[in-house]
Write a protein that binds this ligand. Structure first.
Ligand SMILES: C[S@@+](CC[C@H](N)C(=O)[O-])C[C@H]1O[C@@H](n2cnc3c(N)ncnc32)[C@H](O)[C@@H]1O
Length: 390
């Protein structure tokens, strides 16, 4: 994939990377590196002008942390321009002075620690010369990675899974999608945008849930109503430790999603239990005695249609191998088949401006339930045989 300095990307497109990086609140060092890449090694006058006109001058006032961010960007850009370019534009110094004066109002706002960023998905080959970005999702996030049980920050796996959703739109459109540990809500917003028929977003932390709902409103995606004429959206408090089997069976998703959810060994057995129930769609039908007539599986004249069993896509940065192996072990014991599909299902690089995002650190797993397999219920074939193991 071409980087921002690649000659295959035209110059107005490259400049847009700066605007997208600024709006996504990329760390100042990454922003400066990007600006240098785009300027061919230095912060040229053209790059400085673009930053001033398209990034700094459009800052929305009132959010202390965004203002602090602007100040840090300006300081670093001025330093880099002074050392790499013949000209450092007066406008940069003037803006820095202005943002220094805003500093005194910030202390009262600091406790909030909430920031607004915009995640822009930029499509490859879409070289529009206008100043607009391709697909932009505003999000309120926390600067504190631990706030809301880690759910108020944005994690790289949700960037990756959102790239997957936007790249492989057909896989998710018209599907009932259920996400566990949804955090700030980026994956849900992506699912709604690509036309999933129903999106159920869940999290076990109340403050994360409140932030997620806020983000849906920020993206003009109201809850419990059909948005964009097709998607029904639900945000639900769901702790993996507490839901009843019946409650989970009620949702009957086509696709289950999760990003950066396998990290706490105490939660792993509960997460496996939740996945196992959500993924045993067909098996559930056999087990449940009081289930309604299965309208999704039967046509009006009584023929049984072939219904794809549900599958899960889990994106994960494996930080602790022991915890991840524990997840795999419990998955096997629960007849869940976990396959690493990272190489076969690579997304487009839709975040080419985000130097802080290490796509290669994220793995994508497809999880399905072997309980959906007829052989399993009708004979004593072992799980090892089913998987082709000796
Ligand atoms: C590391 S964050 C990932 C958030 C989001 N998926 C992302 O990638 O940006 C983990 C999320 O899982 C949720 N979570 C952790 N343990 C949970 C549990 N036992 N039940 C429900 N949700 C849980 C947290 O509240 C948090 O939102």
């Amino acid at each position: 994939m071409a980087d921002s300095s690649s000659p295959s990307i035209n110059s107005s497109r490259r400049m847009k990377f700066l605007k997208a990086a600024f709006r996504a609140m990329e760390p100042p060092n990454c922003f400066v590196s990007l600006a240098k890449q785009i300027g061919g090694g230095s912060i040229t006058e053209e790059v400085q002008t673009y930053i001033l006109e398209h990034c700094i001058n459009n800052v929305v006032e009132g959010n202390a942390y965004n203002s602090m961010y602007v100040r840090n960007i300006l300081k670093k850009i001025i330093l880099a321009a002074e050392s790499t370019s013949e000209v450092t534009m007066d406008g940069l110094y003037e803006q820095l002075t202005l943002h220094m004066t805003l500093q005194r109002d910030e202390d009262s706002l600091k406790e909030k620690s909430r920031i607004f960023k915009e995640i822009s998905f930029l499509f490859p080959g879409y070289d529009d010369c206008s100043d607009s970005l391709d697909l932009v999702f505003p999000l309120q996030c926390s600067l504190n990675m631990l706030e809301g049980d880690t759910g108020c920050a944005l994690w790289p796996s949700s960037l990756f899974l959102s790239e997957i959703i936007v790249t492989y739109q057909d896989t998710f459109s018209n599907k009932v999608c259920f996400e566990v540990g949804s955090g700030a809500g980026l994956i849900g917003i992506s699912l709604i945008r690509v036309g999933a028929s129903e999106v159920v977003l869940t999290d076990g932390d109340e403050s994360t849930l409140a932030n997620m709902k806020y983000n849906l409103e920020l993206n003009k995606l109201p809850l419990e109503t059909k948005v964009l004429q097709k998607t029904n959206v639900v945000c639900k408090h769901l702790k993996w430790e507490s839901p009843s089997k019946r409650e989970l069976q009620h949702y009957r998703p086509d696709i289950v999603l999760g990003a950066d959810i396998i990290y706490d060994p105490i939660c792993v057995p509960h997460l496996i239990q939740v996945l196992s129930i959500l993924l045993s769609g067909n098996a559930n039908d056999c087990e449940s005695t009081h289930h309604d007539e299965d309208q999704r599986n039967n046509t009006s004249d009584g023929d049984v249609m072939k219904v794809e069993p549900p599958i899960a896509y889990i994106a994960q940065v494996i930080r602790n191998h022991e915890t991840f192996n524990y997840f795999l072990k419990l998955a096997e014991e629960s007849y869940l088949c976990v396959v690493d599909i990272t190489e076969e299902k690579q997304p487009y690089n839709l975040l080419p401006y985000m130097l802080s995002y290490d796509r290669s650190s994220v793995r994508l797993f497809k999880v399905s339930s072997l309980r959906n397999c007829n052989i399993l219920s009708s004979s004593a074939v072992s799980i090892r045989e089913l998987r082709g193991l000796p």
